[in-house]
Write a protein that binds this ligand. Structure first.
Ligand SMILES: O=C(O)CCC(=O)C(=O)O
Ligand SMILES: [Fe+2]
Length: 328
């Protein structure tokens, strides 16, 4: 059924999508985070992509260099240290951002044999799942069912009108606390991913079982660990959704910490994040819920504190600003 979706088509199972919308809205408004199960994306597809990224990360540096991120379309490889959310720590993370599905923009067959065959269908699945989430959200916030689909119509179309991105992430093992580069001498503090909120509408996040993801749930200033629920996909509200809903659906602040204990530190961690963004020229309707009093903004952080000025920036400018702040 999914393959019938084209651009702004509405998912035919209206009552199901409506119910999902209500549950999503409740979870995102009270916590900033929701969990999707029975979404139809097989775990094998994720594992295959995790392993392709391992193979990419094992390539010689000069070979990886051909695929370095292009700042114009945000597509490509981001090596450790190139993107920093936290200026006080060195972030140990390899990412491969995918904003174009053309085979030519993927690692070559001779270098990582099945990268393209695995990444493209997964990106299509996550785009389709994002469409269901968009439609569900539209019901929940009381706008026309097609309103959010229409303003996110260019996801992964590679024509430059929508910055949505599927990102593959690999966090390499780190030495035990009491030895190596992670501790003393240079006094540099290392982490896996510094605290931030994502920039777009929402993020779909899948992770392996290694742990380390922590969140500040709406209204709380305490970091809480996100456990691993096999097969589940997390939905995290982003800054654009927060701005559009006047913080009724606040952006989720999250980070990934280096685990403690030699065993856990000796293992790498994998994740796939699908950042769902509006089209660059999207004009979203005013929400009926904006008439209601908006809750106070979350306690944290430099990245989520959206001023009126930010809200007036269009989605594309906001994203470019965030890229300038975080990419070397
Ligand atoms: O690895 C993760 O679980 C989160 C990654 C992340 O937050 C990001 O890339 O924006
Ligand atoms: Fe994130």
């Amino acid at each position: 059924m999914r393959s019938q979706y084209t651009g702004t088509d509405v998912c035919p199972m209206k009552s199901v999508v409506r119910r999902i919308g209500q549950q999503l809205f409740n979870a995102l408004s009270t916590k900033g985070l929701a969990v999707l199960v029975n979404h139809g994306i097989a775990d094998e597809k994720l594992k295959a992509v995790y392993s392709d990224l391992d193979n990419f990360c094992a390539l010689p540096e000069n070979c990886q260099a051909q695929y370095l991120r292009n700042p114009v379309n945000n597509h490509g490889y981001v090596k450790p240290g190139m993107e920093q959310f936290d200026a006080t720590a060195k972030e140990l993370r390899h990412s491969f951002n995918i904003t174009s599905l053309s085979a030519a923009s993927m690692p070559a067959q001779e270098e990582v044999p099945e990268f393209t065959q695995h990444a493209i269908p997964l990106a299509q699945d996550l785009t389709n799942l994002s469409r269901v989430v968009l439609q569900a959200l539209a019901y929940a916030v009381g706008v026309a069912p097609t309103a959010l689909l229409a303003s996110h119509s260019g996801m992964l179309t590679a024509d430059g009108r929508n910055p949505s991105t599927m990102r593959l992430l690999y966090y390499p093992p780190v030495p035990p606390e009491d030895e190596g580069y992670c501790c003393q001498a240079d006094a540099v503090h290392y982490t896996r991913c510094g605290a931030h909120a994502d920039y777009g509408t929402f993020t779909l996040l899948t992770q392996d079982s290694e742990g380390g993801l922590e969140v500040k749930l709406n209204g709380s200033d305490k970091w809480q660990k996100v456990g691993h629920l096999p097969g589940a996909i997390l939905v995290q509200a982003g800054e654009f959704l927060a701005a559009w809903t006047a913080n009724v659906l606040p952006a989720l602040v999250h980070r990934v910490v280096v685990p403690s204990g030699a065993y856990a530190r000796a293992r790498g961690r994998h994740c796939v994040a699908f950042f769902c963004h509006p089209d660059n020229d999207a004009v979203l309707p005013t929400l009926p819920l904006q008439a209601a009093a908006a809750p106070p903004p979350p306690a944290f952080t430099p990245h989520t504190h959206l001023t009126l000025h930010h809200r007036l920036l269009n989605a594309a400018h906001h994203l470019q600003k965030r890229f300038r702040e975080t990419y070397a």
